[in-house]
Design a binder for this molecule. Structure first.
Ligand code: S3P
Length: 439
């Protein structure tokens, strides 16, 4: 299925609303609920294609799951050893998180399973998970390091101590989930902090997880106790609106109940360093995760060298941040972000290509980009067409660019917006973006 956005130039963003539930937390809520003892009630669940893929997979593994209905999902946990052999391949769709975390979870099962994905996912690296899992005793086959992934049955895994070669929450989480099925302790050491939703949520399910500096440890064989999970709004989805409201004169938005986990708020720190006006209100806790309301108003941005320590904390927000950088005065330099090349698309190449098509001086580097901002101009982007290469975040980022364009922007290959933010177009339109789409 193909879909294009047509976005008329100009306008501003205003209003008060809540963007959909956090994708990372939604995936994990179903996974942990499924292997818990008892019934887990989830609210605020992301009804996007990625999280739905995870739900369908657990149904195929014999778990009863009711919903989603208005963000409510009920997972009837089967316990640590209660999953059943699936009848066929498990389809992760576009969802890298589903595939990598499931590799860990399924590696310790006594049945065989095969994970498949769409064209984009089928080109993404899985060795980063398969290799440490093999060191734990798992038997995993890939096609040259990519999906499909075949996981053969094993009696038991053994715990390892593994320094992650890259800052990846997916690899960390996969190993911790495998660690539940391993003898002894599993320790993962991070080169830089990455999102810690798995560790937090395991704690919420009653699993003892130890954090010592950069090391996270759990002991195998611990059972999970069902719990309630309130999924906050996804800061990664909020990011498009944070950038849109910042770059469009006259904007004033209030985004409610946004997840503020410190391993995810790099986008706020980077936008603020650039001069954004974002106020954090009503900070509170929901289901083991910090949340807040974010008020964002238009502001003049300046180019910066993005501090490398913020990169993993904002890794999914760079498509939107590149658009912000184009609207800043002066040069923005992003480095230490080579991981962007192995996301839903090569986000360095695809964003640079799109920005250049819209008249921006953007130079891709092996691990980032250099962007010469045009913030002194009212209209920053030339009219034109860009291709999202089936990457949801790229499509939504370029849609926001129209707020500062000289003429209409066409964003092609945008259907995958449904993976993380099915209501994006309607919500963005109601906030003031002049967006239409066509199939
Ligand atoms: C995610 C981790 C990140 C992120 C992805 C979601 C997660 O991936 O980009 O969108 O839920 O654990 P990496 O682990 O590859 O950095």
């Amino acid at each position: 299925m193909s879909r294009s956005f047509r976005v008329a130039p100009g306008g501003s963003l205003s209003g008060t609303f809540r963007v959909p539930g956090d994708k990372s937390i939604s995936h994990r809520s179903v996974m942990l609920g499924a292997i818990a003892d008892g019934v887990t009630e989830i609210t605020g669940f992301l009804e996007g294609a990625d999280a739905i893929s995870t739900m369908q997979i657990f149904r195929a593994l014999g778990v009863r799951i009711d919903g989603p209905q208005a963000g409510r999902v009920t997972v009837h946990g089967v316990g640590l050893h209660g999953l059943r052999a699936p009848a066929g391949p498990l389809d992760c769709g576009n969802a890298g998180t589903a595939m990598r975390l499931l590799m860990g979870l399924l590696a310790g099962q006594r049945f065989e399973s095969t994970l498949v994905g769409d064209e984009s996912l089928s080109a993404r690296p899985m060795r980063r998970v398969a290799e440490p899992l093999a060191a734990m005793g798992a038997r995993i086959e890939t096609r040259d390091g990519c999906p499909p992934v075949r996981i053969l049955p094993v009696e038991a895994l053994r715990g390892i101590r593994y320094p992650l070669p890259m800052a990846s929450a997916q690899v960390k989480s996969a190993l911790l989930l495998a660690g539940l099925y391993a003898r002894g302790e599993t320790t993962v050491i991070e080169p830089a902090p990455t999102r810690d939703h798995t560790e937090r949520m395991l704690g919420g399910f009653g699993v003892a997880v130890r954090r010592e500096g950069a090391a996270v440890t759990l002991r195998g064989g611990q059972s999970l106790r069902a719990t309630g999970i309130d999924v906050p709004a996804d800061i990664s989805s909020a990011a498009f609106f944070l950038v849109g409201a910042t770059i469009a004169a006259g904007s004033d938005l209030l985004l409610q109940h946004v997840g503020m986990n410190p391993t995810r708020t790099g986008v706020l720190a980077i936008l603020r360093l650039m001069g954004a006006d974002i106020e954090v209100r009503n900070e509170r806790e929901a289901g083991g995760e910090p949340v807040a309301d974010l008020r964002v108003r238009a502001a003049a941005l300046r180019g910066i060298a993005v501090p490398p320590e913020l990169v993993p904390l904002a890794i999914d927000e760079f498509p939107a941040l590149f658009v912000a950088a184009a609207c800043a005065r002066g040069r923005t330099v992003v480095s230490g972000a080579a991981e962007l090349r192995v996301k839903e698309s090569d986000r360095i190449a695809v964003m640079a290509e799109g920005l250049r098509a819209l008249g921006i001086d953007a130079t891709p580097t092996p691990d980032g980009m250099v962007i010469e901002g045009r913030g002194e101009q009212a209209a920053v982007f030339a009219p034109g067409a860009v291709y999202a290469h089936a990457d949801h975040r790229i499509a939504m980022s370029f849609a926001m660019a129209a707020l500062r364009a000289e003429g209409e922007l066409a964003v092609h290959d945008a259907a995958n917006v449904a993976t993380s933010f099915p209501a994006f177009e309607a919500l963005a339109r109601s906030a003031g973006l002049r967006i239409e789409s066509q199939a």
